[in-house]
Design a protein around this ligand. Structure first.
Ligand SMILES: [Zn+2]
Ligand SMILES: [Zn+2]
Length: 339
């Protein structure tokens, strides 16, 4: 099978690797699609220099082989199932894992290629994974299913924010993650959903996708008013988020931030108004369960379809990376060819 290995700034090599064999608790999946996320974009652009590495952590596929121990296990993926994949392991023994916070596992890791190169597994023809990390999605689109990882991240984020139906939700940043938050909040019965962005184009697209209100940061409070949950999916906007959080509201720091960016709420405001700032990082198996259930039920299908910017065959993985490093996109996908 072929694996895409990032070998330097702007350099990708398609390498031949042996097909994976399932361990007793594993299944083998033929990869159908893998999304290009910030991690891959930064590697390709040289903002993060870690070579060689085989990235790709937002993948979907079809089960083609099942290990002996999980063949008849209830809920375990079967041959032919369309699936989403949680590609990083959770050790189960570190402090956070023992507390049920395996999204914060101190030892999350991928796998290695035959020469020891670190591989996440998504930019490859096939992958062997523990059955417990593989989530069937019924007859959902395999391109949509490649967004299960970001969906699970957003499920986690709204959980962190204490989101409940009828809450007023504002999202700072109308990119892919903002739009997925918006779609989930709608499905879960948000009272209203607003999107705040500096880009008029992004605001127009959020309106078309069903946002109740959109605003630039300067107009946000006037247009949308106070909010119960504010999710920051942009590199900035933390102060704005705290400003528009209502009494009892929560600000979720979803985005990655520069190390020196502060996030503060006055002690008195935090005490008297119970305004809280919480972080949200990656996902737990519980979040994957909900995310895959949304895919299976098809309730996000229209939202996800609007976020598919382009798909490329595996042989054009470099062109796909060039697209995401040259202009704003929602999600671009690479699809391995199978014979
Ligand atoms: Zn990602
Ligand atoms: Zn752990």
């Amino acid at each position: 099978m072929k694996v895409a290995v990032f070998t330097g700034v702007g350099e990708i090599t398609l390498r031949e690797e042996p097909d994976p064999v399932p361990g007793p608790d594993q299944v083998v999946i033929e990869v159908a699609a893998c999304g290009i996320c910030t991690f891959e974009r930064r590697l390709f652009a040289g903002d993060k220099q870690w070579y060689p590495v085989a990235p790709g952590h937002e993948a979907s596929g079809v089960v083609i082989e099942v290990g002996t121990s999980v063949a008849d296990r209830p809920g375990s993926p079967k041959v032919g199932d369309r699936v989403a994949m949680d590609l990083l392991t959770r050790c189960g023994t570190c402090g956070p894992c023992r507390r049920g916070k395996s999204n914060l596992c101190r030892a999350r890791q991928g796998r290695v290629l035959s020469d020891g190169t670190v591989s996440f597994g998504g930019f490859a023809g096939k992958i062997a994974l523990d059955a417990k990390s593989v989530y069937p999605v019924g007859d959902a689109s395999l391109i949509h299913t490649a967004m299960c990882e970001p969906i699970a991240c957003c499920v986690h984020s709204l959980r962190q924010g204490g989101f409940r139906s009828r809450d007023r939700v504002a999202i700072v940043g109308g990119g892919l993650m903002g739009r997925i938050h918006m779609a989930i909040a709608r499905v879960e019965g948000a009272g209203s959903i607003g999107v705040i962005d500096v880009s008029e184009e992004r605001l127009a697209e959020a309106t078309a996708a069903g946002a109740d209100w959109v605003a630039t940061p300067e107009q946000a409070l006037e247009v949308g008013g106070k909010q119960d949950v504010v999710v920051v999916c942009a590199m900035g906007g933390v102060d704005l988020a705290v400003e528009i959080a209502d009494v009892g509201g929560t600000v979720v720091l979803y985005s990655a931030f520069d190390k020196e960016v502060p996030a503060t709420v006055g002690a008195d405001k935090s005490h008297r108004e119970e305004v809280a700032i919480v972080g949200a990082f990656q996902q737990t198996p519980d979040d994957w369960r909900d995310a895959s259930a949304y895919l299976k039920a098809g309730v996000l299908a229209d939202d996800l379809e609007a976020l598919v910017t382009a798909t490329f065959p595996f042989s054009q993985v470099e062109e796909a990376l060039r697209l995401v490093t040259s202009e704003p996109t929602y999600r671009v996908f690479v699809q391995p060819e199978h014979d």
